[in-house]
Design a protein around this ligand. Structure first.
Ligand code: MG
Length: 266
């Protein structure tokens, strides 16, 4: 190659390199996405190691009262119960074969003792002779704090509104499953109820909650109660005492209850 040609080639290469460098410098490099920020950590709280869990002796048969339970009905008498009408008159329901049975038109009954948050065990049976339909068939109810009803109903092949069947928080939360046994057979409720909280002025600080198993099947999973479970008006909260009786409903049907015990949680 002649020296002149070599210079031209060198010049072209240099110009090309310079142009490429210029172009490269003007083209922004594609940017990698910024790495996602790690989720914020929420600090936890360690339990107080000085507070040992209480020792509770379970019953030899599951469902019977453990050592620290308050037994409200053991199949013998209604000495722990009074009429809901005045909170004083002895309960007028019948005791039949180790169970208490609704005596229609005498009204609901309530425990003499008041409770706030509780673990409650209660068994019920709707009449084996089926009468009526919908809400008129084997209807009663368990009223926590005499105010918040978890429904008792013969819901075995018995259509009614979904938030009014057995296992419902009446007219507020339908059960997660229809888990009732056949009419006349015993059903078992295991319930965890947390009482609502109010401040001194009556302002609601925390709603009541229910978790409930019916015959060992989860029917309410820590649901918040919207207030009084009335059948004829929307729910509402109104400040009440920290502890109130457990109520059982007289809805005119011969519903039976047995093996009723609570473990206070507050
Ligand atoms: Mg009812």
């Amino acid at each position: 190659m002649s020296s002149v040609l070599f210079r031209r080639v060198s010049l072209s290469a240099a110009l090309g390199l310079a142009l490429a460098a210029t172009l490269f410098a003007q083209t922004p490099a594609p940017q990698a996405p910024a790495p996602a920020a790690p989720p914020a950590r929420v600090p936890g709280q360690m339990p107080d190691p000085s507070k040992e869990p209480v020792v509770v002796t379970p019953a030899s048969t599951l469902g019977q009262p453990p050592s620290d339970a308050i037994v409200l009905f053991d199949g013998k008498d209604l000495s722990g119960w009074v009429s809901q009408k005045d909170g004083k008159t002895p309960a007028a329901w019948d005791v039949v074969d180790g169970a208490m049975q609704v005596k229609p038109k005498t009204g609901g009954i309530q425990s003499k003792q008041g409770f706030g948050s509780v673990q409650l065990h209660i068994e019920f049976a709707t009449p084996s002779v089926v009468k009526g339909s919908g809400q008129g068939r084997g209807n009663s109810g368990v009223f926590l704090m005499n105010t918040y009803e978890i429904q008792v109903l013969d819901s075995y092949e018995n259509k009614t509104y979904f938030h009014g069947q057995a296992g419902s928080i009446y007219k507020q939360h339908k059960p997660l499953a229809n888990a009732v046994r056949k009419p006349g057979e015993w059903n078992v409720y295991d319930i965890v109820f947390h009482a609502p909280k109010f401040d001194e002025d009556g302002k609601l600080l925390a709603r009541a909650t229910f978790t409930a198993f019916l015959n060992g099947i989860l029917v309410q999973d820590h649901v918040e109660v919207m207030g009084v479970t009335a059948h004829d008006r929307p729910p509402y909260y109104e400040k009440h005492a920290d502890k109130l009786p457990l109520g059982l409903q007289d809805h005119g049907d011969l519903v039976r209850f047995r093996n009723i015990w609570v473990r206070p949680l507050d």
